[in-house]
Design a binder for this molecule. Structure first.
Ligand code: F6P
Length: 540
């Protein structure tokens, strides 16, 4: 008998039973498989039929979620309980898309007042009524932030380009590599550029350095400290530090410690999104998130999209030993979605101790990677089809294009389906030999080539489809993955809302920075670090 709370004997037995057949067998034995193993919410349809599940195994997986009290823990999150137990914080990004209605009136008021300021700025930009210090209309917005203060807004602003409500140019600067800001600033006119400094903590090295560089650039060109008021805004929980940096008080937008950085694009950290798509579409984006919240809270687990995706992820990670998970977006608009989701998923669930601090004896958070189809087909799909790793895939595709050109969308959609089918069906040696013999190849050559051309198949995938990408759909998609990640963290009994691992590197980099500029050799460092410090010094 297994005492492991995840790797139960019952689930192990289901896996063995299902692996005795193939994914194709599951379809052959059940003509209703697509209807039975797909679920809808708002504009999204999830087809999870190309996975090793049937009604019995799914019911055991749902039992796993119930045994980990997922329903109760979800309610606790929405209610604002302190569920981030290492930082003693509530986790309330969901309140930002619900006009704060489930919360006490003071918090609801904070959310609503801040949202109103964001919408007001968005209205002004849309109407061409946001002006720089010389009276010219703002035409460029530069977001300076990193991690959650960059990836979400950058992804959404890019994904929703079709819905931009003005011709404003949006630039994102995140890296401390000076190349990043050096490429952005020449695209800006100091008279017409608005810089938004986004940092939850206002202590992040990269953001402060880039903000300082932007400020210097601006003052060198305008020579006018007062003009900062028309050109710099900041979003932070640490308003004091932002004010000390020189942002006028009226230009500070708050956020709160109950919004995790990687969950913050719904807050004022998402100001660029509101500015880009305008107030109405921003509200539609929030409504998409809320529609997924309502579904996650209410739908039975058997039909609950985030819960099903969470369970399938656990199934693959813990039972099928999947080391990684691929995300293939067949929508050019979503080209930044994999990078955004990498932080959301891996910074949340890359943990190896339980809530109470015990080491875990099962795997958690998968390594997430991916890209945009069809481009990925011509780069790494080979490894998905014939490599030695077991890599489940999430496919995402719209039925219609935001920018139709001839019949290209039909080819895009068909390529997406063909890839998930190829992963599932594979190609048998026998059929390859038969084909090559018919083409006139010798038996020896056909047998030899068939070994190389053989595609094993039986690779599972989910497919998420929607009519066309809109702000509402994007809001749904983001909230879907947020809740999938949360549901997995509950099943794995880990805290998805802290990120202590990131801190160590930050501390060490401060120490190393001092040694890079010191005269004497860093003799107390390990040999590798010493050698690399010396190389840096010799090359200045
Ligand atoms: O790198 C870790 C991290 O703390 C992320 O969690 C966060 O999104 C990012 O840094 C930026 O932090 P801040 O918004 O406080 O500048």
């Amino acid at each position: 008998m297994s005492s492991n709370p995840i790797l139960t004997d019952s689930l192990k037995a289901h896996k063995q039973r299902l692996l005795a057949g193939s994914l194709m067998d599951l379809f052959q034995n059940n003509p209703n498989r697509f209807t039975q193993f797909s679920t809808a919410c708002g504009e999204l349809l999830l087809d999870f039929s190309k996975n090793f599940v049937d009604e019995e195994s799914l019911s055991a997986l749902v039992g796993l979620a119930e045994s980990r009290e997922l329903r109760q823990k979800t309610e606790a999150m929405f209610r604002g309980d302190i569920i981030n137990n290492t930082e003693h914080r509530a986790v309330l990004h969901t309140a930002l898309r619900n006009a704060g209605s489930e919360l006490d009136s003071e918090t609801a008021e904070l959310i609503n007042t801040t949202r109103e300021r964001m919408l007001q700025l968005a209205r002004q930009l849309e109407a061409g009524e946001l002006f720089g210090y010389t009276g010219k209309t703002i035409d460029t917005v530069v977001n300076i932030g990193v991690g959650g203060s960059d990836l979400g807004p950058a992804m959404a602003v890019d994904a929703l380009e079709k819905y931009h409500s003005s011709a404003t140019k949006f630039l994102f600067v995140s890296n401390i590599d000076p190349v990043h800001i050096s490429r952005a600033l020449p695209q800006c006119n100091p008279e017409t550029t608005l810089f938004i400094i986004c940092s939850k903590t206002f202590t992040t090295l990269e953001t402060l350095a880039n903000a300082q560089a932007a400020r210097n650039w601006f003052l060198e060109r305008t020579g006018n400290e007062k003009a900062i008021a028309q050109h710099f805004l900041a979003v932070s929980t640490n308003l004091e530090a932002a004010a000390e940096f020189g942002i006028p008080e009226e230009n500070l937008l708050p956020m709160w410690d109950w919004i995790g950085g990687r969950y913050s694009l719904w807050s004022a950290i998402g100001l660029t999104i509101a500015l880009a798509i305008g107030p109405d579409q921003f509200e539609a984006f929030l409504a998409g998130g809320k529609a997924m919240d309502d579904h996650f809270k209410r739908a039975p687990f058997r039909h609950n999209m985030p819960v099903l995706m969470a369970l399938l992820g656990v199934w693959h990670t813990d039972f099928f030993n999947a080391q990684s998970q691929a995300l293939l977006c067949y929508d050019q608009n979503l080209s930044l979605f994999p990078a955004y989701l990498q932080q959301l998923d891996m910074e949340s669930n890359g943990k190896s101790v339980s809530f109470s601090g015990e080491s875990l004896d099962y795997a958690t958070g998968a390594i997430l990677w991916g890209g945009v189809g069809t481009n990925t087909q011509h780069s790494f799909h080979q490894l998905l089809h014939q490599g030695t790793h077991f890599i489940p895939v999430d496919f995402i595709v719209g039925a219609r294009s935001t920018d139709p050109v001839a019949d290209q969308q039909t080819s895009l959609y068909s390529n997406c389906l063909a890839q998930s089918q190829a992963l599932m069906q594979g190609r048998s040696k026998a059929s390859l030999v038969e084909e090559m013999l018919a083409q006139g190849k010798s038996e020896e050559e056909a047998e030899f080539l068939a070994k190389h051309r053989f595609v094993p198949g039986n690779k599972p995938s989910n497919t998420l489809v929607y009519p066309v990408l809109t702000p509402f759909v994007l809001g749904q998609l983001i909230a879907l993955y947020e809740h999938k990640i949360f549901a997995q963290s509950v099943i794995w009994d880990i805290n998805a809302f802290d990120q202590w691992g990131v801190e160590l590197g930050k501390q060490l980099s401060k120490k190393i920075t001092a040694k890079l500029v010191a005269e004497k050799r860093a003799a107390d460092e390990d040999g590798s670090t010493q050698g690399l410090i010396e190389f840096f010094k010799q090359n200045q």
